[in-house]
Design a protein around this ligand. Structure first.
Ligand code: DOR
Ligand code: ZN
Length: 416
């Protein structure tokens, strides 16, 4: 048995504890002291459940010049993420069972962390055929991948999905509220895809959702948040919490839905801090610097973020601006519950997916540190607390802050 000790986040609080892990990588005991063949003592560093990022775009297959499964999941591990759920706007898009099966086969054995795959059903009929997917994604407006569906189609998909235990994750922007004007900077982009487009789209989802599980992706403003019905869930991205349209990012800061004003960002942060937002998801959407380098209006939308979500938020916790239980809930426990996968808590019987972090160890975020294939991060120079070690099924995948072991990631299934 492998035994890992430290200040463990267990049942909502930190306690000096030892975690016993069996051959299969499962947690078999959590006690004050435990004896094992191999003991790793992390002293007073924190041991938290590995983060579950329910919204990433690893670009594999088809767009692997931007990112691929090995590179993206290695970066995930560096940032303390032990499970990712990958979006369906890869090439070809995951709209049929055949493509879903092909994608599953193509990424198998190439991931450093555990992973789950989304599908994008084009209509209600397709939902039943896409059962191996962890969840369904609906785009109400165009973004990378041309997967947008009409409102009646969305209603059809929501009705079909209500018969399954799976959640429908919605990119909520109403294209009817977009302006025709070409944007040449971040403020212009926010005006072109305004807050009202999001607010209206979320209101439409609230009206049509029926009995199914619905999750609203990347809310950017309190107005949209106010429309999320009480029994639906929602997520916020680190870029909408830490960046805004006043930052000198140019097209690198172009994302859908857009970065908003500093006041919107602050209000969103307060809502998050106060517990009104269920999860933090990175919406890791890498594009190359070349692609981002042309005229603003032609640049693709999206930015990388899987490796920085936890470090940036952990830094805010260290600064006293965010409670640790809130952080663990938003980055591990709730995202796992939303997807219905057996991850996100430290408990006997669960996979030993653990991260070890010493909040006193503060680093600057750099492109080199996060190792994205695209070679840049919009959070360059900001402070973060990166995990010192990461374990996946009890196996070391990050040691002394560096990835050490790759390709142990497994496909994760819904357990409810
Ligand atoms: O900015 C975005 N980029 N929004 C999306 O909805 C898709 C994503 C991407 O895949 O590039
Ligand atoms: Zn996305």
């Amino acid at each position: 048995m492998r035994v890992i000790s430290g200040r463990v986040f267990f049942r909502g609080q930190l306690e000096p504890l030892s975690i016993g892990i069996d051959e299969a990588g499962r947690i078999t005991a959590i006690k004050k002291t435990l004896r094992g063949d191999e003991a790793i003592d992390h002293g007073d560093a924190l041991i938290l459940p590995g983060c579950v990022d329910l919204h990433v775009h690893m670009r594999d297959p088809g767009l692997t010049h931007k990112e691929d499964f090995p590179s993206g999941t290695r970066s995930a591990a560096i940032g303390g993420v032990t499970t990712v759920a990958d979006m369906p706007n890869t090439v070809p898009p995951v709209t049929t069972r055949t493509v879903l099966d092909q994608k599953e086969a193509a990424v198998r054995g190439r991931a450093t962390v555990d992973y789950a795959l989304y599908a994008a059903p084009p209509d209600g009929d397709a939902v039943g055929r896409l059962t191996p997917a962890v969840a369904f994604k609906v785009f109400m407006a165009e973004s990378t991948g041309n997967l947008a569906v009409t409102v009646p189609r969305m209603e059809d998909i929501l009705q079909a999905a209500a018969k399954s235990p799976k959640v429908v994750v919605i990119h909520a922007e109403d294209p009817g509220k977009f302006t025709k004007q070409k944007a040449t900077d971040l403020r212009g982009h926010s005006d072109a895809r305004p807050k009202i487009a999001e607010e209206t789209a979320v209101a439409t989802v609230a009206r049509l959702r029926g009995e199914g599980r619905v999750h609203v992706a990347h809310v950017t403003c309190v107005e949209a948040l106010d429309q999320v019905p009480a029994n639906a869930t929602c997520e916020v991205t680190p870029h909408h919490l830490f960046l805004d349209s006043s930052k000198p990012l140019g097209a690198r800061g172009k994302v859908n839905p857009p970065l908003r004003s500093p006041a919107d960002r602050e209000a969103l942060w307060e809502s998050f801090r106060g517990g009104r937002i269920d999860a933090v998801a990175s919406d890791h959407a890498p594009h190359t610097l070349d692609e981002k380098g042309g005229p603003f209006e032609e640049a693709p939308a999206g930015m990388p973020g899987v490796a920085t979500a936890f470090p940036l938020l952990m830094r805010r916790t260290r600064a006293g601006e965010l409670d640790l239980p809130r952080l663990v809930s938003a980055m591990a426990t709730r995202p796992a519950e939303i997807l219905g996968i057996p991850k996100g808590t430290i408990e006997v019987g669960r996979d030993a997916d653990l991260i070890v972090v010493d909040p006193r160890e503060i680093e600057s975020v750099t492109a080199k540190r996060v190792q994205y294939k695209c070679g840049w991060t919009p959070f360059e120079g900001m402070e973060g607390c990166f995990p010192r070690a990461v374990y996946l099924h009890g196996e070391t995948v990050v040691e002394d802050r560096e990835p050490v072991s790759e390709r142990h990631g497994r496909l994760v299934h819904v357990s409810r």
